[in-house]
Design a protein around this ligand. Structure first.
Ligand SMILES: [Zn+2]
Length: 310
């Protein structure tokens, strides 16, 4: 917890109740180490009392750690595993290694992924941004005929399918990735997804030859296309979509190799995790941990409260 206080507060405790900074007193337990909780069990939680509003709190309030019975130590170890592994960590692995119940392991992983979500106020991407999309669970043309709806259009791109489409943007200079699940690959859908994340007039968009991107060419600073069906991987101006394709390759390996299957509703959280890991690949693991803890402030997953101790 001391480490967390250092990471989150940098030496100046912040009151989660009234927002006062650096005006809290550390409450030293009577025996110097721990105090009894309501259940009578000793707790080593470091409690602070705000001098302004007189309320007590700990560094855990407002973080993903808040309100769980899992020790901060376990949290930190699991987060480190998650930020250190390229392919992500399976809940079962965490369960075995830290002797947690299945439910607890799942809960922890989901909370950490929640913290990995980018700040909703993060700025727009600009510069050179590569975009691509892929069906989660494979392209529809690989599905059995009975399962898929009739083909319409070229390259299998506009096939009707129930499979979710993952759309990803990569800033080719910084490596920052932003992905999301979109409803289809039609022009207006792609445009909306791009307008949400990209400063269009200041960005050169790099895509493959997919039709959906054509109509927004005029709104962008530039639009470079790489024509894959002509076996082109770098276009005449030197632009490529390699980075965004690498993103999908990694996502697929991770889901196939570690998680086997991700339900549709959890897909967005997995994407957040991948975006975080790929966007921060230049940082070392402890810096990523700090970043995550900072991002965790104020984010709570509205899951059922965890009942079992672990
Ligand atoms: Zn206060």
């Amino acid at each position: 917890m001391k480490l967390l206080e250092q990471l989150r507060w940098g030496g100046e405790p912040v009151c989660p109740h009234c927002g006062t900074i650096g005006q809290a007193t550390f409450l030293q337990p009577a025996n110097g180490v721990s105090r009894a909780t309501r259940t009578g069990k000793p707790s080593e939680r470091r409690v602070w009392k705000c001098n302004a509003c007189r309320k007590q709190s700990t560094v855990l309030v407002g973080t993903i750690f808040h309100g769980t019975k899992i020790s901060v130590r376990t949290w930190v170890l699991v987060i480190l595993e998650m930020v250190a592994s390229k392919n992500g960590v399976a809940a079962r692995e965490i369960e075995r290694k830290y002797e947690l119940t299945n439910k607890t392991a799942w809960f922890m992983l989901h909370r950490i992924r929640e913290a990995m979500k980018r700040d909703p106020l993060a700025g727009l991407l600009s510069g050179t941004v590569a975009a691509d999309e892929s069906w989660y669970g494979g392209k529809p043309q690989n599905q059995s005929k009975a399962k898929r709806a009739p083909r319409r259009g070229w390259h299998g791109r506009t096939l009707k399918t129930e499979k979710p489409v993952v759309f990803a943007l990569v800033n080719t200079a910084t490596g920052e990735v932003r992905s999301r699940v979109i409803a289809d690959v039609k022009g207006p859908t792609l445009r909306a997804a791009i307008a949400d994340e990209v400063e269009m007039g200041a960005t050169t968009l790099v895509t493959d030859e997919a039709k959906g991107y054509r109509q927004l060419s005029g709104e962008m600073k530039g639009h470079e296309r790489v024509v894959h069906c002509r076996d082109e991987y770098v276009n005449v101006n030197g632009y490529t979509t390699n980075q965004v394709e690498a993103y999908f390759g990694q996502l697929k390996r991770s889901i196939d190799g570690t998680h086997h299957h991700v339900s549709r509703e959890h897909l967005a959280r997995y994407l957040a995790q991948h975006d975080f890991l790929r966007s921060t690949y230049k940082l070392d693991d402890s810096t990523r941990l700090c970043l995550l803890v900072e991002q965790a402030g104020g984010r709570r997953l509205t899951y059922k409260p965890l009942t079992q101790a672990s």
